[in-house]
Ligand binder design. Structure first.
Ligand SMILES: *[C@@H]1O[C@H](CO)[C@@H](O)[C@H](O)[C@H]1NC(C)=O
Ligand SMILES: *[C@@H]1O[C@H](CO)[C@@H](O)[C@H](O)[C@H]1NC(C)=O
Length: 567
């Protein structure tokens, strides 16, 4: 058994189903809420550069740590896949913008590849004009289609040279390089881009990149590397925000925020104070780690206490959690014009009351156990269970913890392992409907939510999972060198939610579901003979399933012949 699995099983124990049953049907969660979102609520989908663009060494782009990590092979990524081609998005801008128009989204969240713009990572070395033109054209195409660009500066693909030469996020000078890069982006795109996200899910970047080594740069600096990386990321974020505030905001009038991902942590037994405390700790180590410095000027007290105490027990002079100086605290506090929240699933949390394994680590610092309810729906994923009510709680938590900030949901979605003949992703539709409805309830609770970004536009390269997890509204046939896209049923369903700006009434919402499933089924396509259906749409929606069915048919015929010849 690989260590990954051991760790996973070690902390994701299965919860007895009895407990799950007692939690279901609490009144707030029981009913679906019919209603619409506030006027001007922004609907969108997201993607990231490394996961979709491909063209990894084209037109002057430098390598990123993820190029290096995937090219190393050795089982770092499932099937030793790379993102050298990914969705071929670099060459498909016009087509992908057409898909966005088809979805009727009001915004599109995507990320810029730092090494595509600055091949060595350093602005003073060289600026890649072709990279600037690529993103400039994308932004123009979006605006022409009335789609607001929401631009992430850094979604994990650090220029490889910054890693090799300076140690990447272990080095505080990354903050300067990042700030120079951010300033370039503000300068060349800021006339048209008004929504900036500095970092996407920096917690995962720090934890998987510098603690577990499952992500690039693949370092395992247990219990130290991730805190140091996070420390420098927070400084880099603050520095970029200050640059924008002092140099660009006057002219450009935009917003700069950060996107933090966190699952909800629910106490396993709400009447047990130790469980309640453990769940609070889970959230502080997850969301508070980054949000607290930005909104309150310092790390959460519970992180400082725990990591400090454990470091002392481990015989260290200083806490493994770096400290901000008074000046830094003042500098960092208040550096987000909105809170970007990414959210996918929920855990039950209890305290860990058995001895921790040897050595310092993030897991040991938190001292808690994460559990899942076997009754929660999942689609074979080891981590992504559909628990919509957790979303509402997380949104309420963020509101009260960070002083009622404007919130943009920057990521939410579910993967489904589909084959080309099954574009009917019913499970994703249920997930989408449930989560968006809980978000609507959170708005009713008074949470200031401005927009929602569903993850993701296309099936894309899913980091260490390769191409096995499919989050897209559009199915991508990765085996085909042209990487054709096909709409899944959820694309049509999401479009209906967007068009209605919510869930008007039971009858209508039910009809969306039936329609979406109808459209995606092969038979209805073949027999509907809908004259209004454009040829292109027919081709994209039918070709793949048809080819698949023909293959199956052919196989059956061959098998029959074989059996006959043997008898
Ligand atoms: C950190 O980066 C700077 C360049 O900005 C470099 O001079 C220094 O050696 C680096 N430190 C380490 C420990 O690599
Ligand atoms: C942001 O910029 C404005 C206008 O220049 C300035 O008044 C304000 O103090 C700045 N905010 C911070 C936190 O530096």
């Amino acid at each position: 058994m690989k260590p990954v699995q051991v760790v996973t099983i070690w902390w994701v124990l299965l919860l007895v189903s009895r407990l799950g049953a007692t939690r279901k049907g609490s009144p707030e969660e029981a009913s679906f809420y019919y209603g619409t979102f506030p006027l001007g609520f922004s609907w969108g989908v997201g993607s990231s550069a490394f996961q979709t663009e491909g063209a990894w060494d084209q037109d002057g782009k430098g390598p990123s740590i993820w190029d290096a990590f995937t090219h190393r092979g050795k089982g770092k990524v499932l099937g030793d896949e790379t993102a050298d081609l990914a969705c071929n998005g670099y060459y498909r801008v016009q087509e992908d913008v057409a898909l966005l128009r088809e979805l009727h989204v009001s915004h599109y969240r995507f990320s810029l590849s730092w090494p595509r713009l600055l091949p060595t990572g350093v602005r003073a070395d060289q600026v890649n004009e072709k990279g600037i033109k690529f993103y400039s054209d994308l932004i123009d195409a979006l605006l022409k289609s009335n789609i607001t660009p929401v631009v992430t500066l850094h979604h994990w693909d650090l220029p490889q040279l910054l890693q090799v030469k300076y140690g990447g996020w272990q080095n505080v000078s990354m903050a300067n390089y990042f700030s120079d890069y951010a300033n370039l982006c503000f300068e060349v795109f800021g006339d048209r881009v008004k929504h900036w996200v500095t970092f996407s899910d920096p917690r995962t970047m720090a934890e998987k990149g510098y603690e577990t080594g499952h992500h690039a740069p693949g370092l395992k600096l247990h219990g130290t590397g991730l805190y140091k990386a996070a420390h420098h990321i927070i400084k880099a974020h603050a520095q970029a925000w200050h640059s924008y505030n002092s140099t660009w905001r006057g002219k450009q009038q935009g917003l700069v925020g950060i996107s933090l991902n966190c699952d909800w942590g629910e106490p396993m037994d709400i009447s047990n104070p130790k469980h309640v405390e453990a769940a609070e700790r889970y959230l502080q180590f997850c969301l508070g780690w980054f949000a607290n410095p930005i909104y309150a000027g310092d790390y959460p007290q519970v992180m400082k206490d725990r990591i400090g105490r454990k470091s002392a027990e481990q015989g260290l002079d200083m806490s493994r959690l770096p400290a901000f100086s008074l000046q830094e605290k003042r500098y960092i506090k208040g550096t987000s014009d909105f809170l970007g929240l990414g959210h996918f699933t929920t855990r039950y949390i209890t305290e860990r009351n058995y001895p921790s394994r040897q050595g310092p680590s993030y897991q040991n610092d938190r001292d808690l156990v994460e559990l899942v309810d076997p009754n929660w729906p999942d689609l074979g994923s080891k981590w992504l269970y559909s628990v919509p009510w957790g979303f509402r709680r997380l949104l309420n938590f963020a509101q009260t913890q960070y002083g009622d900030p404007p919130i943009y949901v920057t990521e939410n979605g579910a993967s489904q392992k589909l084959h080309c003949s099954q574009l009917c992703d019913e499970w994703r539709i249920h997930y989408l409907k449930g989560y968006i409805n809980e978000m609507l309830k959170a708005i009713k609770d008074g949470v200031n939510i401005k927009g929602y970004t569903s993850w993701s536009l296309l099936d894309q390269f899913e980091w260490e999972k390769g191409y096995s997890d499919r989050y897209g509204f559009y199915y991508v046939e990765f085996n085909n060198r042209n990487k054709p896209r096909y709409p899944k049923a959820s694309a049509q369903y999401y479009k209906k939610i967007i068009t209605a700006n919510g869930f008007p009434n039971p009858r209508e919402v039910e009809s969306w579901y039936l329609e979406a499933l109808e459209t995606c089924s092969i038979n209805s396509q073949m027999f509907a003979a809908e004259p209004a259906l454009r040829h292109m749409q027919m081709v994209t929606e039918i070709t793949v399933p048809t080819v698949c069915s023909l293959c199956v048919l052919l196989a059956a015929v061959l098998l029959m012949l074989l059996l006959r010849s043997q008898s």
